[in-house]
Design a binder for this molecule. Structure first.
Ligand code: AMP
Ligand code: MG
Length: 316
């Protein structure tokens, strides 16, 4: 009898150990999905219970935000604003309201270095297509429709433009917001931990089951490295690591590189001695706006702006 119960106890122990081992393996592997969205590779990875459902729901949210903010789709809220007449009130939905609110906040704090009305300038340079160097007269014409004083945002949901030619581009902020929202969804699903990577916008929450301390390790890429080498590793428990870099989108003409971060004062790509700016902060929407703003501002003013928002900053 004693032998039997001993054997029984051993079997139970082996089964328990097996179940724990299996669960651990599964947790460490997690569930991951990658899709091409926001004009970049977007990956969401989650660990623990509900991981697959949570990742799928996070992607639903990413698609929802993309639909609202896509500059190139005629059905987006951004297109509705861009096609609106002078003074016409366009009522925007909550995702777009949240992005515009933060964008205007960072615009004011950066004295216009971050500016969603750069759209006419961005279009002139055609970064999403072949790329072209516009004539100075085209740039000065577009500059006449640039500046956040050319849009009003009343009652936090109505956008009006001072001229019909004014257009907005949320490309410097939408991915940051989308990462925040994906993390919100993953948290609601109760996953153990998760990481969201929207091409340079990385956010994470909860436990990383693959590190002893549960922290996430995020590598800052060496600018223009063909092999994607890392310069530095940032360790965080949760929050956002957002990079704005010249190497993310650029074209070359007559031996000169032209990148996609525009100085709204000159209408030209911001010429700086560094190639990228990384912001580490809790909120990814603000981190995204700040990374673009600080790139334009230069090292001294950029550091001061990041500090004002309680964010860490790295120039590479
Ligand atoms: P990011 O990669 O977040 O720095 O955003 C760059 C994108 O934001 C560009 O591809 C443009 O669509 C847009 N953009 C460029 N310059 C600015 C600027 N000064 N302020 C706001 N958005 C910008
Ligand atoms: Mg940005």
């Amino acid at each position: 009898m004693k032998k039997k119960s001993l054997a029984f106890a051993v079997i139970i122990c082996v089964m328990l150990f097996g179940a724990l081992f299996y669960r651990n393996l599964w947790e460490n592997k997690g569930f991951e999905r990658t899709e091409f969205l926001f004009d970049t590779q977007c990956t969401v990875k989650a660990y623990g219970d509900n991981a697959q459902k949570a990742v799928e729901a996070a992607f639903d949210r990413l698609y929802e935000i993309h639909r609202a903010t896509d500059f190139f789709s005629e059905d987006s809220q951004v297109a509705t604003i861009n096609n609106a007449a002078q003074g016409e009130a366009v009522i925007v939905e909550p995702h777009v309201q949240n992005i515009i609110t933060a964008a205007l906040d960072v615009s004011k704090a950066s004295l216009g270095a971050f500016d969603i009305t750069v759209a006419p300038l961005v279009s002139l340079w055609d970064f999403s297509g072949e790329g072209r160097v516009p004539k100075e007269t085209e740039i000065s014409d577009a500059l006449a429709y640039t500046g956040i004083d050319k849009i009003s945002f009343d009652e936090k949901n109505k956008v009006r433009k001072a001229f019909k030619e004014v257009k907005i581009d949320l490309g410097g902020a939408a991915k940051g917001y989308a990462a925040d929202e994906a993390i919100r969804v993953l948290t609601e699903y109760g996953v153990l931990g998760a990481i969201v990577d929207l091409g340079g916008n990385i956010s994470c929450m909860g436990q990383n089951p693959n590190t002893k301390d549960g922290k996430w390790r995020i590598g800052l890429q060496k600018p223009f490295s063909a092999t994607g080498e890392y310069d530095e590793i940032i360790e965080i428990k949760s929050g956002a690591v957002v990079t704005s870099g010249t190497y993310q989108r650029y074209f070359e003409k007559d031996g000169k590189k032209y990148h996609h971060i525009i100085d709204p004062k000159t209408g030209h790509p911001a010429e700086r001695e560094y190639s990228s700016v990384t912001i580490v902060a809790q909120n990814s929407l603000y981190a995204d706006c700040l990374a673009t703003a600080c790139f334009v501002m230069g090292e001294e003013d950029g550091r001061a702006l990041a500090e004002n928002f309680g964010a860490e900053i790295y120039f590479k």
